[in-house]
Design a binder for this molecule. Structure first.
Ligand code: PAF
Length: 279
C-alpha cells in the first residue's frame, strides 16, 4: 500500500492503473477510521480493481466554533486498517496541497442544503462539495463510496455528480452500529462514560421511529413529535433537529412514504451526533 501526500503522485499512479484498464474505487474520509469507514473500503475492495482512500480533515467544511482543531487524528492506526482491508493507495495531503495560495473557486449548491445539517452548519456543504469535487478530479474514480449515516451528504454528492456531469457512480452503504446501537462515528470519541450511555437515546429513538412507521403512522408531524418527546426524556440530550424530508430533494414532507429520510442531530453534552433511517 502506498501513502502519498501530493496531487501529482496520485495522478501519476491513477493514470498507470487506467492505462492498464483497471477500475478505481474511492473512499473519501477525514481519518480516525472506524468500522463504518472499513465497510465502505471493503465494499470498494469487492467492486473495484484498485482502491484509493483519502484522509484529509478538510478545514473548509468546519464552521468557526466547530471542532476542526480537536478533530481526532491517528494516521498510523488508519494506515494499519487500510492495509488490512487491501486499500492500494492512501492520499493524505496537507491543507496547503489542497488549497494552494490564491485558492478562490468553490462548489456551492442552492437546493438540498437548506434543511437538516445545512441549517445548523451553514458553510458545511459548500466545503464538502468543494473538497469532494477536487478529490474526484484528482482521483478520477469509477465508483465512490459514502455512508448512509451522513444521508444528507450522500444526497448532496449524488446531486452534485449529476448536475456537474461527473462520470462517477456514487454507492451508498448502510449505517454501521456499535453492539448497543450507537451509530459509529469518529466523534463518539469525545463522549465521556455518562455521555456515551446518554447517546443511546439516538438509536433508541430511531428504533421508535421505525416501529411507529411500521405500525402505520403516516403523519410526519405525529412521528416527529413522538421522536422528539423520546429524546427529551434524556437530560444530557439537546435536540438540534428531528425532521422528515424527501431523500432526493431534502425538503420537508408532511406524509411518511417511500424514500422519506427521517433524520436527527442531537447534542450530547458538547458533542453533536447524527442518526437517521430511510423509509
Ligand atoms: O464524510 C466525511 O468524512 C467528509 O465530509 C468527506 C466526505 C470526507 C469530505 O471531507
Amino acid at each position: 500500500m502506498q501513502i502519498v501526500s501530493t496531487v501529482a503522485e496520485v495522478q501519476k499512479q491513477v493514470k498507470e492503473w487506467k492505462k492498464a484498464g483497471l477500475t478505481i474505487g474511492f473512499v473519501p474520509t477525514m481519518g480516525y477510521l472506524h468500522e463504518g469507514h472499513a465497510s465502505l473500503m471493503r465494499c470498494a475492495r469487492e467492486k473495484c480493481d484498485k482502491v484509493v482512500a483519502s484522509i484529509f480533515v478538510n478545514p473548509m467544511q468546519f464552521g468557526e466554533n466547530e471542532d476542526l482543531d480537536s478533530y481526532p487524528r491517528d494516521l498510523d492506526a488508519d494506515a494499519k486498517l487500510c492495509e488490512e482491508i487491501g486499500v492500494d493507495l492512501i492520499f493524505h495531503p496537507k491543507a496547503e496541497e489542497m488549497y494552494t495560495d490564491g485558492f478562490c473557486s468553490f462548489v456551492d449548491m442552492n437546493g438540498l442544503t437548506k434543511e437538516l445539517c445545512g441549517k445548523s452548519r451553514p458553510i458545511h456543504f459548500r466545503g464538502v462539495c468543494t473538497v469532494v469535487c477536487k478529490l474526484f478530479h484528482i482521483v478520477t474514480p469509477d465508483y465512490a463510496f459514502f455512508g448512509q449515516k451522513d444521508a444528507q451528504q450522500l444526497a448532496v454528492i449524488r446531486r452534485m455528480t449529476t448536475d456537474l456531469n461527473m462520470d462517477i457512480e456514487i454507492v451508498g452503504c448502510p449505517i454501521v452500529r456499535e453492539a448497543d446501537g450507537l451509530a459509529k462515528s469518529s466523534r463518539n470519541t469525545y463522549l465521556n462514560e455518562e455521555e456515551r450511555r446518554a447517546a443511546l437515546v439516538l438509536s433508541r429513538t430511531i428504533a421508535l421511529g421505525e416501529k411507529l412507521v411500521s405500525e402505520g403512522v403516516r403523519d410526519a408531524g405525529e412521528l416527529i413529535s413522538a421522536m422528539k418527546a423520546n429524546i427529551e426524556k434524556e437530560p444530557l440530550a439537546r435536540i438540534d433537529y428531528v425532521e422528515a424530508v424527501s431523500m432526493d430533494t431534502i425538503e420537508k414532507v408532511e406524509t411518511i412514504e417511500k424514500n422519506v429520510l427521517v433524520a436527527m442531530a442531537v447534542f450530547i453534552g458538547k458533542t453533536r451526533l447524527i442518526d437517521n433511517f430511510i423509509v
